[in-house]
Each structure stands twice: as structure tokens, then as C-alpha cells.
Design a protein around this ligand. Structure first.
Ligand code: D5M
Ligand code: FE
Ligand code: ZN
Length: 556
């Protein structure tokens, strides 16, 4: 296999048990004979090195140039470990981690019943999981036979605010972002009801039937226990009354300010005289159609969905992370070709009061440098995509743009892709909506426990899917940045919705959309202890892109 691209170089190095600094990879890719250069660089690597540095590669290239030699043995080994060797074996070999020990399936029976989450222990029997057709080294059975099909890979990002931000924080920007939200979400509802503008409804005679599509500007209960919902559209507002004994009255407790809904109902007898009201007969959410059919990948390939690494925190679980990274190097993880990280790479500084007391690394750039070192532990031939979270060094208000140049440079290992929060990443045909998840705190605080709780974070995600907006309520915990358009609207239904932030693991399917909240890599902090948040730390949900089944693996 020609080694003309960095990704192929990294793949070849990984198969030999090495990672390399990106610069080193670039140097190898640029060599006259990349194959030979790589062989030589590996051969001459220091005894205990796991990573090849640019300096080392430079030295080796110099030596080659000086000696004019055609270099040492050119291997054609495709990384199945068959080159075995006394030379040095595989330094990053998993030392027993993998298969049996340390790693277990974290599928929890308590997960949502409609979830079909417990897809069992992975798809080992799937046809093309073992591309080398039985070439296994019996002496080192755990060694990876990773031979990624780079040509089959595809990863495209959409809906990313990075580089597109136009908002200046002016009042007009707030107006336009809300107008855009209303336009897009009301568009999703209009086909389903025969709605009139609130200004026209005000003119209608009493007793008639009509529908309104509006943004919720107020919800309050009346003295007799009914609900008065104020709906706002571009022409005004209208009061809509949900009687407490209606069968859909329970839906009122799901409502959040600023979300867009439709109601159908009957106008009060005195409508038209200036203080009419609509008695609601039915309520509609933009929602995901029940019949939604998600797309799947054409081959057996998997993605690891993680978030909330929090490097720099004293509670960051370095060992669990390294166990995870080690596992990714094993044969069991051969199909895991993508790593998607949903924010909070680092602990950050000044995010919460007294946070500094629990910092292991106090400098934000040093935190990213340390994060980058941990990222290097994962196989270099994986595609990585990351979005920021509320602990990251980008603006807090959502949508958050991806990391700036300086931080990208620090994290340039593996050529990881970086995009904004939220972003939709299409991986081999599967649309994965990545959102860090700050609004989940809000949804969980506002809704009753059975509809959204920290123990079942995926149910809070169902609410966001139903509202087709990742952060419906403005002005609470979630800070919204005014932009010309609302990047937080879900125009299209995602196939998978991936969030983090609440540090709890939970997944399930909502109208066939897989919602995954992916836990964290940080042990309980003092604050979390004080409010009884018991984080799910050290888990990696592994998603089958061809079936959308999930297996959760535990590394803690
Ligand atoms: O937050 C992880 C989870 O813990 C998320 O649900 C918010 C909550 N959390 C953590 N620390 C605080 C403080 N100090 N105040 C309020 N809520 C908090 P993450 O932001 O990912 O660390
Ligand atoms: Fe977090
Ligand atoms: Zn967070």
C-alpha cells in the first residue's frame, strides 16, 4: 500500500504500535520513499518510545540522505502483526487490557425499554469485521488487525457556525434570530394545521374554530387550575386556554418558553371584541415523525461517542482514558474508525466558582496541550471530530464556534476535525447531531422527573427532538448568541443525537432516532457531591453505523 497520505502513514505506524507527532507524519509523507523512511524511523526509534517525534524523524531522514543507502528492510506488512519480531514487539500492546479484562459491557438493563439499546456484545460476527481473513498471530491474539478502508470513509460537517458568526450582540440580532427560529419551526408545523396569524384570529367572530402557530411567550396556571398559554407570532400574541381535564393537559408540563407549537381550538363567544381567547382542542409539536427511517452506513463500521474529558481537572480519570485508548488499539475495536467528542475537552478555568481549587493544570493552554497528549494515545488512523462545550476556551453563548487557530494548533494531532456546538456530522451517510448539552440542565430543571431527569438524560434529549431545537428556552442557564439565523433549530431530523454535559450515561430511541448522552471522564467533583450528582465516568458508547445498535463499554 503506498504511503502517500498522512492518514495512511499514521495507519501504518499504528499497526506497528506507534503514534507520531503530526509534524513527524508530515515529514515521513514528504520523504522520497515514505515506505523506507517509515521503516527506518521505526527501526531506529528509542527503546521506550511510543511516539515518534519530528526530531527523531528528521534525524533519520538526515542519516538516510547522508548514507545514500536504500535503507533497511522494506516491509510489505500490512499491520497484522505478522512481522512479529524480536525487534521490539508492539510497545503499545494492550498488556492484557481488552477482550476479557478491564473492559466489560456496560449495557444497563435499567435503560429505556423502547430503546433496543442492548444490542449485545458487539457485532463480532458481522461479515467484514476481519478484513485479513483469519490472519491472526496466535502468540499475540489481542493485537489489532486494523486495516482501515480509508476510501470508504466519509465525514462531513453541516450547520456549523464556525467562521459564519455575524452577531454583534445588538437588539436587532436577537430579533432576527427569533424571527428565523419562528419561520423555520412554524414552517414545520404549518402543513399540519390550518393556522391563521394571531392578528387575524383577533378579528374572527366568537365560537369559530381556528389554529395558531406561535412561540410560547408565557405559561401560567389560572385560579381554577387551567393553563393559559400566550402564543406569539409575527403579528402579535394570543391567549390560549388548556382546560385541566383535557386528555392532553399533561403536555403542558413539557412546554418551555420560546418553543414553537401549534394549537387548534374553538374561539370564545366574545371573540372579536378585543379580549377573546382560544380554547385549545389539540396541541402539536414540530416533532419527529413516528415513521422516521434513519439512514445507516453501507459497511460494518463503528463510532465511539464520548464527551466531557475534562483534562486539567484533578478528577480527570487518566487511567480510564488510557485504558479506553489501549482498547481502541485492540482487534476488538478494529471497526471503531471514528471518534466523536461532544465538548468539554478540558476543565477550563473560571467556569464555576471555586473551580480553581480542583485544578490539576491551571493554565488553559497547558490543559489543551495535556489533552492533546491524551488524544495521541488513540490510534492515529481514526477520524476524530470534536465540538466545544461550556468548559472550553470559546465563547459560552450558543451556537459556539469551533476552537480558534491557536487551540487547533495545539490539538492538531491526528488532523482532528473541529466544528462548532452544535454541528451535524454525517458519517458514512449517518447524520449525527452533536450538541454539548447545556440546555439539558434547563430541560431537567423545568420538566417533571418522569419526562426528564439526570438519571435518564436521553429522555431530556427526546424533548429537544420533539421541539426540534437544541436549546429552546432563552434567558436561563443556556446562553444564546444572537445571530442572523438560528443554528440551534433542527431543520432535518438527525439519525443520531449525541450530547454530553450532564455527565450521565443514557441512551434510547425516540421515533427511531437514537439519542445518546455519553457520560464523562471526570470523577465526582466537590460541587457534584454537594448536589448529589453521581457521574457515569469512564464509559464509551460504541455505535454501529450500519445498524445504529449501541454497545456501551466501561473503562473505569
Ligand atoms: O457540568 C456537569 C454537570 O454538573 C451539569 O449537569 C452541570 C452541573 N454542574 C457542575 N458544576 C456546577 C456548578 N458549579 N454549578 C451548577 N451546575 C454545575 P459541566 O459543566 O460539564 O462540568
Ligand atoms: Fe462536562
Ligand atoms: Zn459541560
Amino acid at each position: 500500500m503506498p504511503l502517500e497520505t498522512p492518514a495512511r502513514i499514521v495507519g501504518e505506524l499504528t499497526s506497528k504500535g506507534y503514534n507520531a507527532d503530526r509534524e513527524a507524519v508530515t515529514l515521513l509523507a514528504g520523504a522520497d520513499d515514505p515506505d523506507a523512511a517509515l521503516e527506518a524511523a521505526v527501526e531506529r526509534a528509542p527503546e521506550d518510545a511510543l511516539k515518534l517525534s519530528a526530531d527523531h524523524v528528521e534525524r533519520v531522514l538526515d542519516e538516510i540522505a547522508r548514507s545514500g543507502e536504500a535503507t533497511t528492510p522494506v516491509s510489505t506488512g500490512q499491520g497484522n502483526g505478522a512481522t512479529s519480531g524480536e525487534t521490539r514487539g508492539s510497545p503499545s500492546e494492550t498488556k492484557g487490557v481488552g477482550k476479557a479484562n478491564g473492559v466489560e459491557h456496560g449495557n444497563r438493563a435499567t435503560q429505556d425499554a423502547n430503546a433496543d439499546p442492548d444490542s449485545g456484545p458487539g457485532p463480532d460476527s458481522d461479515s467484514d469485521a476481519d478484513p485479513d481473513g483469519g490472519v491472526t498471530d496466535v502468540t499475540r491474539p489481542e493485537e489489532s488487525v486494523r486495516d482501515p478502508n480509508f476510501d470508504a470513509r466519509s465525514l462531513n460537517v453541516a450547520g456549523d457556525v464556525t467562521g459564519q458568526s455575524t452577531g454583534t450582540g445588538e437588539y436587532e440580532d436577537f430579533v432576527s434570530v427569533f424571527r428565523d427560529r419562528f419561520k423555520r419551526l412554524s414552517g414545520q408545523l404549518r402543513g399540519r394545521v390550518n393556522a391563521r396569524p394571531t392578528s387575524a384570529v383577533a378579528e374572527m367572530p366568537g365560537g369559530g374554530e381556528t389554529a395558531i402557530v406561535g412561540m410560547i411567550s408565557d405559561i401560567r396556571s389560572t385560579a381554577s387550575g387551567h393553563w393559559l398559554i400566550e402564543l406569539e407570532d409575527t403579528s402579535g400574541t394570543y391567549p390560549c386556554l388548556v382546560m385541566k381535564d383535557r386528555e392532553f393537559a399533561g403536555l403542558v408540563e413539557e412546554l418551555l418558553h420560546d418553543e414553537v407549537i401549534a394549537v387548534e381550538g374553538t374561539l370564545s363567544d366574545d371573540n372579536g371584541d378585543g379580549d377573546g381567547i382560544l380554547f385549545v382542542d389539540s396541541m402539536h409539536f414540530p416533532d419527529v415523525p413516528r415513521t422516521y427511517k434513519p439512514s445507516t452506513a453501507d459497511r460494518h463500521v463503528q463510532a465511539a461517542l464520548v464527551s466531557d474529558v475534562h483534562v486539567g481537572s484533578q478528577e480527570f480519570m487518566a487511567d480510564a482514558w488510557s485504558t479506553f485508548a489501549d482498547w481502541l488499539h485492540t482487534a476488538e475495536a478494529d471497526a471503531v474508525e471514528y471518534l466523536l467528542i461532544a465538548g468539554d475537552m478540558v476543565e477550563g478555568v473560571g467556569v464555576y466558582p471555586n473551580q480553581d481549587e480542583e485544578l490539576d493544570i491551571v493554565d488553559i493552554y497547558e490543559q489543551y496541550e495535556a489533552f492533546s497528549e491524551y488524544l495521541k494515545e488513540v490510534p492515529g488512523d481514526m477520524e476524530i471530530l470534536m465540538i466545544p462545550g461550556n468548559h472550553d476556551a470559546v465563547r459560552l453563548a450558543e451556537p459556539q464556534p469551533g476552537f480558534d487557530e491557536e487551540l487547533r494548533d495545539i490539538m492538531s494531532v491526528h488532523d482532528a476535525r473541529i466544528s462548532g456546538n452544535p454541528s451535524t456530522v454525517t458519517v458514512e451517510g449517518v447524520d449525527i447531531l452533536m450538541y454539548h448539552g447545556v440546555s439539558l440542565d434547563e430541560v431537567i430543571a423545568e420538566l417533571p422527573d418522569d419526562k426528564a431527569s439526570y438519571d435518564e438524560p436521553h429522555k431530556a434529549m427526546y424533548q429537544l427532538l420533539k421541539k426540534r431545537h437544541v436549546a429552546p428556552q432563552f434567558g436561563g442557564k443556556t446562553r444564546l448568541a444572537p445571530e442572523e439565523e438560528d443554528y440551534l433549530v433542527m431543520d432535518d431530523v438527525p439519525d443520531v443525537f449525541h450530547t454530553g454535559h450532564v455527565h450521565k450515561l443514557g441512551w434510547g430511541k425516540y421515533h427511531n432516532v437514537l439519542a445518546v448522552n455519553s457520560g464523562c471522564w471526570q470523577e465526582q467533583t466537590a460541587f457534584q457531591k454537594s448536589v448529589n450528582i453521581d457521574p457515569d465516568a469512564g464509559f464509551a458508547p460504541i455505535l454501529d453505523l450500519d445498524t445504529l445498535d449501541m454497545t456501551v463499554r466501561q473503562f473505569s
